[in-house]
Design a protein around this ligand. Structure first.
Ligand code: OTU
Length: 651
């Protein structure tokens, strides 16, 4: 019944389309895909905006936006769409290995990045998240997340032509390009914000603007603070406008109001615009925040999910080869919902940051135990098929200790004290720790804090080099490799962070820059020292040791089909608190089973082979470590795992 109604609705919309669109040739796939997705798109749009008098006009505009961007999509990208539609689980393959980087920090600018793609290929990287490239007000940029113009590249790093050339060059090399779309907010210097400030009601309706504190105060009762030190509270008084505006992040980042369909359509247009400039994957920033409701934390609201489903369905019509990454740094039970809520059987983002796993790995390093790591992975909710994690150790943001209190209890710790220990451990307040991190986002009201620092500095490489302690250097390198082995083997897309492949240390220059010194995340947003990177070719150097080992691990990962993310991971209870072990089987190929084991302790540990055999693993004497190609050491029916060592075992 509804199908019929929706069919005639669709016909009405198509009949009213602009002549310019109707007379276009080669629209066949557009119409087929629109037909297939229209029911979902219309019902989602109606759920969100059905009570508005301009609903039909906005619906018409939504379809026109998709059509116009389809017309702009190049033949090459349309061909890629078709291939990916056929092979629709293509991104679950173990062959993808990612890296996130700032183009200026990595190589000065976009052209520099293009000329250094070979370096990434040398390491085995074939998916690159180029951190925000858009125009932001200098000094009020939030590292690129306070966008002044969503269609204009920051002129200090290049032009639109440079992005096109980069994506072309990457595609020729079989590399994927990931770009950001900052959905939740704009800079206060964005044209919409300027026009709102100058009194235009239409643009004030793009944001959450209030005459007085009545409603802001009600919101504040339940909204947490994201940047409590630099930007306390969630509202900012705008002097020119004479009004309060919602600013969940920095006070110069105005939250967009998605209860206004015009905002949704504008942002869809921007998503499709970057899809048409060759982005294979779009990282949707801060997706948990897309819907605000008084009395709630204003995160993970049902409508935020409906918006993402709608954006995904619309993208399926215009650019179906393009994937979304959900950047939702929220509780484990909430994260998996960003793959697709079951309310309406629709998909949202194919990929999500695995912030839980990231934070748990840091817990294991500090405690030298895998207990909380084990608990946390165990309570990670199952995810949908055709969905995958982005597994990472470090990124441009801080490390938040967002694991579950009940898991902390199960692992035998008291939550508040344990979090305090971790902060102290990584920020220099714990005597036995070699870590050189910085606190971030300390909130005196709640006692919360997060951690900044590069991978190398957090695992002790900085302090080890400073004291010239060779043994400590060895340990730090081993921990770096252990952590990388964990993200490379977990199931999902590993995402390395630029500089970590050569052990880049903290960069303290941000302290001399007024616009950065309050934000310790800049300590781990380095400029690559290419002379140091050259040392990757000099045997014995730190750079060589890390780079070569990583390169090998990446190459081996790509050969192990059981690492493709078809939900074949099984967490093993090996009853040794220092070890984490899981096995992968490839549902498409039963004989290929791989057992991963990592030792987080500073002393060697062992695994009982009898136990492994009872679990159905290995005939004695047939075990091989795929990382080295050799048999691992076995003594008295015990498999020995060196301090901070790891194996990827198969028969
Ligand atoms: C994201 O961050 C970005 O990654 C940050 O670099 C930006 O500052 C921020 O959005 C605003 O655009 O929104 O869903 O703990 O983890 O702010 C989580 C800080 C986010 C970040 C958090 C995050």
């Amino acid at each position: 019944m509804y199908e019929q109604v929706s069919h005639s609705l669709l016909n009405d919309i198509l009949a009213k389309l602009d002549m310019e669109i109707i007379k276009q040739p080669k629209m066949r796939y557009f119409y087929t895909r629109l037909g297939a997705n229209f029911y979902a798109i219309h019902s989602l749009f109606e759920l969100l905006y059905g009570n508005r008098s301009d609903f039909s006009a906005q619906m018409q505009k939504l379809v026109e936006t998709m059509a116009r961007q389809y017309i702009d999509r190049s033949d090459e990208l349309r061909a890629t769409d078709l291939e990916r539609e056929k092979e629709h689980s293509w991104f679950l393959s173990q062959k993808w290995v990612g890296m996130a980087l700032y183009s200026d920090g990595f190589a000065e600018d976009l052209q520099g990045l293009k000329s250094k793609l070979h370096y990434l290929q040398e390491l085995g990287i074939n998916m690159v998240h180029v951190m925000p490239v858009l125009d932001c007000p200098p000094g009020k940029s939030d590292g690129g997340y306070a966008v002044r113009d969503f269609r204009r590249i920051d002129e200090r790093i290049g032009s639109l032509d440079d992005i096109d050339a980069l994506s072309e060059s990457m595609h020729r090399r079989d590399m994927l390009l990931t770009l950001d779309v900052v959905l939740n907010h704009t800079s206060d210097e964005h044209e919409w914000a300027q026009r709102a400030r100058n009194g235009e009601q239409m643009y004030q309706d793009y944001y959450y603007v209030f005459d007085n504190r009545d409603i802001p105060d009600m919101f504040e009762e339940a909204m947490p603070e994201i940047f409590p030190e630099t930007s306390p509270g969630n509202f900012t008084w705008d002097e020119t406008m004479g009004k309060w505006v919602m600013t969940s992040f920095n006070n110069y980042q105005w939250d967009l109001n998605y209860s206004n369909p015009s905002v949704l359509i504008e942002m869809l247009d921007i998503i499709l615009y970057w899809a048409n400039h060759g982005a294979d994957i779009l990282r949707l920033d801060a997706v948990a925040f897309l819907w605000k409701k008084i009395g709630s934390t204003c995160q993970n609201e049902r409508e935020a999910h409906l918006i993402l489903q709608l954006l995904k369905d619309c993208c399926q019509v215009t650019a179906p080869g393009v994937l979304f990454i959900a950047e939702a740094i929220v509780a484990p039970v909430e994260v998996t919902k960003y793959f697709g809520e079951d309310a309406i059987n629709a998909k949202e983002c194919e990929i999500a940051y695995n912030a839980t796993y990231m934070a748990l790995l840091w817990d294991a390093v500090a405690t030298k135990k895998a207990e909380l790591l084990y608990r946390g992975i165990k309570s990670l909710p199952a995810k949908l098929e055709r969905a995958t994690w982005l597994n990472y150790i470090r990124c441009h943001d801080d490390i938040g200790l967002g694991f579950d209190d009940s898991d902390i209890n199960l692992a035998g710790y008291e939550p508040a004290a344990h979090r305090r220990f971790l902060i102290d451990y990584y920020t220099g307040n714990y005597t036995d720790s070699p870590a050189r991190g910085r606190p971030f986002g300390q909130n005196e009201k709640t006692g919360d804090a997060r951690i900044s620092g590069t991978l190398a500095s957090l695992v002790g490489l900085e302090s080890a080099i400073e004291s010239g302690d060779e043994h400590a250097i060895d340990i730090a390198i081993n921990i770096i490799l252990l952590l990388n082995s964990m993200i490379l083997s977990f199931g999902g897309i590993p995402l390395l962070y630029y500089g970590d492949e050569i052990g880049t240390l903290n960069d303290y220059n941000y302290q001399d820059d007024d616009s950065k010194q309050q934000d310790s995340r800049w300590v781990h947003r380095p400029s690559i020292d290419w002379d140091k990177a050259e040392l990757r070719n000099r045997p014995g150097s730190v750079e060589f040791r890390i780079f070569t080992a990583l390169k090998k691990l990446i190459a081996v990962r790509k050969e192990i089909s059981a690492f493709a993310d078809f939900n074949g991971r099984e967490l093993l209870d090996v009853s040794n608190p220092h070890l984490l072990a899981y096995a992968h089987s490839d549902p498409r190929n039963n004989s290929s089973r791989v057992l991963v084991v990592g030792n987080f302790d500073a002393t060697p540990q062992h695994l009982d082979l009898d136990m492994l055999q009872r679990m159905g693993f290995f005939k004695l004497g047939c075990i091989k470590d795929l990382c080295t190609g050799e048999s691992p050491p076995i003594f008295n029916d015990q498999l020995a795992i060196p301090a901070y060592g790891f194996y990827w075992l198969s028969e």
